[in-house]
Every structure is written in structure tokens, then in C-alpha cells.
Design a protein around this ligand. Structure first.
Ligand code: S3P
Length: 173
């Protein structure tokens, strides 16, 4: 298994858990949203506002391909990464994919606290309505493209990282 890829909805803790996990394993940490911003020299919000979601998804696919092109990385992906289904089919075959999940209530609270404009709306609906709608579409994809599901809403970040590390170590044996 070459990389650990974290998937899951917005605000589920992929970036925080990913950074800590990478530190523990002495792997490189890559955040695909960060990579997109670096490659395009702008922010996610600006890409969406000026070029639309379709352009963002094209950049996202490019960033995902670049992220998995080297081994020994922990890769934190954007919530919509699994929409690239053909690519994710390959990613799932060649990497250890972890689905971070949490209750709607926990996610709703975290999203409500996020800075204005940090996460552009996906559907134009309210946070809760959007989350329900989008999760209905994405949950089967998160399930299908993951080897392990970890609840990050019911435990602290150290336990999340420990759970992933244990499962990953078991695979190497
Ligand atoms: C998105 C999630 C965001 C970012 C973009 C689209 C999504 O990443 O990629 O705003 O489609 O759910 P986070 O999951 O890191 O917030």
C-alpha cells in the first residue's frame, strides 16, 4: 500500500487528522485543496466564483493525480474528491483509503463556525439542507471507495489517528 488517502465530507477533520497521521508515520502530508490553490495561485472560493465548479473539479482531478503519483504520503482530499469515480477506482486499488465520518449534528456545528466564504456553497441551500442533499449522493461513494470508516465526531483526534495507524500497520503484515 503506498499512500493513505483520507476522504469524507467537509469539516470532518481530514486535514487535522492527516497532518498528525503523517507526522506519526513520518510520511509527507499533501492536502489536495492546498495543491489546487498552489497550482492555480488562488483560493478555492475564487476559482468557484470566477470559473465555476466544473473548472474546480478539473483542477481537483489534476491535483489528485499529482498527489498519488508518489508513495509514502498521507493525502487529505476535498469532500467532493470521490465524484471522480473512474480515478477513485484506481486510487482505491492502489492505496489505503480511509473514510472519516461524523454525525450531521457535529458537521453542522463545525460548518456553522467556519469563516465566511471559506467553503463556497455547493448547492445554494442552507448548510443543513445542503449537507443532507450532498451526503445522500456521496455516502455510497465514500463507502464504495474506502477500506476503513472512522468516526471522527465521537472521539478525539489522537484516537482517530491511532485507529487508522493500527489498521494500516495490520495491512503491512
Ligand atoms: C468540497 C469540499 C472542500 C473543497 C471544495 C469542494 C466539496 O474541501 O474541496 O470547497 O465538494 O465537498 P473540504 O472537504 O476540505 O472542506
Amino acid at each position: 500500500m503506498c499512500n493513505i488517502v483520507l476522504i469524507g465530507y467537509r469539516a470532518v477533520g481530514k486535514t487535522s487528522a492527516g497532518r498528525l497521521l503523517a507526522h506519526h508515520l513520518e510520511y509527507d502530508f499533501v492536502d489536495t485543496d492546498h495543491l489546487i490553490c498552489e497550482m492555480q495561485a488562488t483560493t478555492v472560493a475564487e476559482i468557484v466564483e470566477e470559473q465555476g465548479w466544473r473548472a474546480f473539479r478539473r483542477y481537483e482531478e489534476e491535483a489528485l493525480r499529482a498527489a498519488v503519483s508518489r508513495p509514502r504520503r498521507v493525502i487529505s482530499t476535498g469532500g467532493g474528491a470521490v465524484l471522480h469515480q473512474e480515478l477513485f477506482e484506481q486510487i482505491w486499488k492502489q492505496n489505503f483509503v480511509v473514510w472519516l465520518r461524523a454525525d450531521l449534528k457535529v458537521l453542522g456545528q463545525r460548518l456553522a463556525m467556519a469563516k465566511e466564504g471559506e467553503r463556497p456553497s455547493l448547492t445554494g441551500a442552507s448548510i443543513i439542507a445542503e449537507m443532507k442533499d450532498v451526503l445522500e449522493q456521496r455516502t455510497p461513494l465514500y463507502r464504495r471507495f474506502s477500506h476503513l470508516a472512522v468516526d471522527s465526531g465521537k472521539q478525539d483526534i489522537d484516537s482517530v489517528v491511532a485507529e487508522i495507524t493500527t489498521a494500516y500497520a495490520a495491512l503491512q503484515q
